[in-house]
Every structure is written in C-alpha cells, then in structure tokens.
Design a binder for this molecule. Structure first.
Ligand code: FES
Length: 223
C-alpha cells in the first residue's frame, strides 16, 4: 500500500491507483465526471478537467485521475487555485448544457447539480456564451432518446459500450462544439444493431440518454 497526505489527512491506497481513486476511496470529495472506476492513471481520458488538485513538487495543478499515488506525496484538493480552475472548467461544460432541470428526468439525481452545490456556484456559464445544438433530441434509437443539450461529453456511455460489446454502437460524432454522441460510423441506422443493454443509460450522469418508456412525452423538445 502507498501512504500519502491529502489535505492534512494521511490515507493509504493500492500501488498503481490514481490520486482521484485514492481520495474518493477515503471519502475525500473531488468533483469528477469522466472517470470510471476501472481507469488506470495512464488510461483515464481526463476529458472533463474537473478533478484538478495541487501536489507538492508539481509546478501546476494536475488532474487527479491521471496521477498515480506515490509514497510521501502531499495533495491539496481545495485550494483557492484549485477551486477557481474547477469553477472555470465547470462553466465551460455548462456552456453546452441547456439548464431546464424541471423538465429533465435527472433532476435531483444529476451530477451537474451535485457539482454546482459542492463548488458553491449556480448553473450559469458566464463568462462563456451558451452554445446549444440542433436538433434537441435524437430519436433514432429504438429504446432511448439522446438529448445533446444535456450531454456534457463525459464519454462514459461511449466507453462502457466499448467495454461491454465487441461491436460497440456508440461513438462521438462531429467536431468541436458540434460534437455529440452518435452511432457507430455516424450512421443513425446503426442504432438498430444495438442490443439495448442499457448500460449507457445507467452511467449517464446528466439525463442525456433517456429510456423512452420511462419519460416519454413529457420531455421531447423541452430539454
Ligand atoms: S475525472 Fe479527471 S479529468 Fe475528468
């Protein structure tokens, strides 16, 4: 086991685990969206940029999901610099997110609401402009709908699909602000090949993927 100090607490973690994994296992909260428990520090995508921490010996803040624990390491999870960068990263994510919690099935179970509360900020995105996508909903899949303006592109659905299936159907499509979760080879008809295991629905942190029968009618075009 590796012994490290986090915010004046001494904790232990298995060799090879990430600082994020070590902290979460010890009950120390670090905001995160794109990390999966199966991620090694070298394999974490570090897409959301929310898990920043400061570590003695590192010149700049680093993503806790990509740094392996080391004996004697000293980590700070709540400094002014860390919080400021986390708030900025969070606002950037919100700049592509339509805030309409009242009509969202993830209301009160949404990772964005939890992170906003933890950081003590609202769901506004200033100084960034909100950039939303059209169409509001992709209904190509036989079982679930995809709401691009709720999606923060954490990639969990795409990754779980790749992990579970030899022929994954979900992938990223488009570029830059136009990026969405789409079907393999950006072919909407590929949705018909999906075995509908629903694992992507289970990992979605924001209500971007919604089983149709669960919330039908009340949300389409309202997200
Ligand atoms: S959890 Fe580390 S960058 Fe997303």
């Amino acid at each position: 086991m590796i012994t490290l100090t986090v915010d004046d607490r001494t904790i232990q973690a298995p060799d090879g685990s990430s600082v994020l994994s070590a902290c979460l296992s010890a009950g120390i909260i670090i905001p995160h969206l794109c990390w999966m428990e199966t991620d090694s520090p070298a394999g974490a995508p570090a897409a959301c940029r929310l898990c920043l921490v400061e570590i003695d010996g590192f010149r700049d803040p680093v993503t806790a999901c990509t740094v392996p624990v080391e004996n004697g390491m000293t980590v700070y999870t709540g400094t002014e610099v860390v919080r400021s960068l986390q708030k900025m990263a969070f606002k950037l994510l919100l700049s592509v997110h339509r805030v309409d919690c009242k009509h969202c099935p993830a209301n009160k179970a949404c990772a964005l609401q939890d992170i906003a509360k933890f950081l003590g900020v609202g769901l506004g995105c200033k100084p960034f402009e909100r950039v939303l996508k059209e169409p509001e909903v992709d209904t190509h899949h036989p079982v679930f709908d995809y709401y691009p303006n709720r999606c923060v592109l954490c990639g969990l659905c795409v990754r779980i699909c790749r992990q579970r299936h030899r022929q994954p159907q979900l992938s990223f499509a488009g570029r830059g602000f136009e990026t969405v979760v789409g079907y393999f080879d950006a072919d909407p008809l590929a949705a018909a090949n999906c075995v509908s295991c629903r694992e992507c629905l289970a990992v979605c942190p924001t209500g971007a993927l919604v089983e149709r029968t669960a919330f039908e009618g009340s949300t389409r075009g309202n997200s």
